[in-house]
Structures are given as C-alpha cells and as structure tokens.
Design a protein around this ligand. Structure first.
Ligand SMILES: Nc1ncnc2c1ncn2[C@@H]1O[C@H](COP(=O)(O)OP(=O)(O)OP(=O)(O)O)[C@@H](O)[C@H]1O
Ligand SMILES: [Mg+2]
Length: 260
C-alpha cells in the first residue's frame, strides 16, 4: 500500500438540507475550513446533530456541498466520484455487511467493484481476514458471527481496497469496551502501518484522546471550536484536556485552556 499522498483540503464548506416534512432549512455545516495532512490520524468529536456524518457523506461523494469545497489532490470526491473508487473506505457504526455473502465474499466485494483480478481478490481478502484473526471464519455468513467479528470483517473490507483515506463513523461504539478498545487499536495500528489518512468520528473523549494525532472539536453546524494537536501536550495534561474539551462541547464555545 502506498499510503496517502495528498492532503484533504476543506474550504468554506457549507451544507444546507431542506427537511421534506417541514420545508425548514437545516445548516448541517457552516463555513468549515480544515486541512488534514496525508497520513494524519484525526479524531472528530461533537454533539449529536453537529454535522459529523454529513462531512463524511461529502467526503465520500454522496452529497454535494451547498457552498465551499473539499479538494483531495486537485479533485473533489463529489464531482470526480470515479477517481476516488478504492481510495476512500468507510467503516460505519453498523457493519453493513451483505447477509447473503460470506465473510470473504463481503471483503471481496469492493475489490470486484474496482475490477481487481479474481485471484488477487481472493489472496487479498484472505490476507486481511487473517490480519483481523478471522481466517477460520472466511466462509461464515454474517449471521453466524458476533457483532465484534462482523465489525472485524468490515475493517478487513475497508483495508482490502488499500485506501488512501479511511473514515470510521462511530465504528466501535456499539461494542463492549474491551472489544471496542481492541478493534480501535487494530484500526489505528493498520492505518499507521499503511500510512493512510484516517478520520474517526466518536462520541467518546477517551477514544479520541487515545487515537488521534489531532482532535477536532465541532460545535453546532460543524463550527471548528478547537483543533488540538496531541503532540503539543504532555501526558500529564490529559485530564485537563478532557475537561476542557467537555466544557467546549457543553458551552458550544472554545475553552480558554485549549488556546495555545
Ligand atoms: N439527508 C438529510 N436530509 C435532511 N437533513 C439531514 C440529512 N442528513 C443530515 N441532516 C441533518 O443535518 C444535521 C447534521 O446531521 P449529521 O448526521 O451530520 O449529525 P452528526 O454530527 O453525525 O450526529 P450524530 O452524532 O447523532 O451521528 C442534523 O440536523 C440532521 O437532521
Ligand atoms: Mg453521525
């Protein structure tokens, strides 16, 4: 895997939805500007409804911005959808496996879609299932697997395309703490090993602080309330950081202690 080569440049991004029932406009993202370097591991935290998943929908080209842009190596995921096939992979909260496909066939699916030769598909899918400790379950169907195992298949599927960018939207929050920690660590180790840019959305501050090189705190409409680089802080600052991030989220305004 070559790793990511281009930064993600988000400039003046705005996304407004019109509610079908009320006709009311909802500003999911308002004027977001953010640059993420290749290979960076970023955790996004923010209250429910603040626009985190909407940002992912724009990043994977499912939605178009109302204004502003996302540029990755001179292209945009929503206008140049095909250029990003196999370059961006997402792991959702629910595993989103196809129940009628075995574990290995689920991992192979995106490889089929990007036109990878059948023997390479098989080898690569098996390689990733092994990495995730599922070599004995390759032919099992999702219903025969536990939630943690299914999420492991989803991680294998995401890594198998050798993406430059990995997105995880609360991918570990439905699992017990031990399994969640384990899978989170696997995800981070793999992202670092393959030098993918990784963005992880989470509600859990502990998760954000243990994972990210950087923690981005979103307020209402994805307002950038804080952008914390973990290397600028000592281990002994962590308790303070946790409380400052909590305050920031509660007040929807940056905590003084985060300013450096
Ligand atoms: N397709 C859509 N149509 C209309 N409104 C939408 C759509 N998608 C999102 N929204 C609205 O945009 C806002 C942001 O939603 P989003 O899903 O991005 O929040 P979130 O930060 O991911 O929240 P959570 O932490 O609960 O997952 C919400 O008010 C939501 O109702
Ligand atoms: Mg969401």
């Amino acid at each position: 895997m070559s790793g990511a080569s281009a930064p993600i440049e988000i400039a003046g991004l705005r996304k407004v939805f019109r509610q079908t029932t009320t006709g009311e406009s909802i500003v999911a993202i308002d004027q977001l500007t953010l640059r993420i370097e290749p290979g960076e591991l970023v955790a996004i935290v923010g209250k429910t409804g603040c626009g985190k998943s909407t940002l992912f929908d724009l990043l994977i080209g499912l939605e178009h911005p109302t204004a502003g842009s996302i540029t990755i190596g001179a292209k945009t995921p929503y206008d140049d959808f095909n250029d990003f096939r196999g370059k961006i992979a997402t792991i959702f909260q629910q595993d989103r496996l196809f129940p009628w496909r075995s574990a290995i066939d689920n991992v192979k699916l995106p490889l089929e879609l990007i036109g990878i030769a059948e023997d390479v598909q098989q080898d690569r899918a098996m390689f990733w299932l092994k990495r995730l400790g599922l070599e004995n379950f390759a032919n099992a169907y999702p219903r025969e697997l536990s939630g943690g195992m299914r999420q492991r298949v989803a991680i294998a599927r995401a890594f198998a395309v050798q993406p430059e960018i990995l997105l995880a939207d609360e991918s570990f929050s439905a699992l017990d703490e031990v399994t969640a920690n384990d899978l989170r660590k696997t995800f981070v180790d793999l992202a670092r090993e393959f030098r993918s840019t990784a963005i992880l959305i989470t509600h859990q501050l502990e998760e954000a602080m243990s994972v990210g090189d950087r923690i981005v705190v979103f307020g209402k409409s994805a307002a950038l309330l804080a952008d914390i680089r973990m290397k600028d802080w000592d281990r002994s600052d962590h308790a303070m950081l946790r409380s400052a991030i909590q305050n920031t989220l509660q007040a929807n305004a940056p905590d003084e202690r985060l300013k450096r």
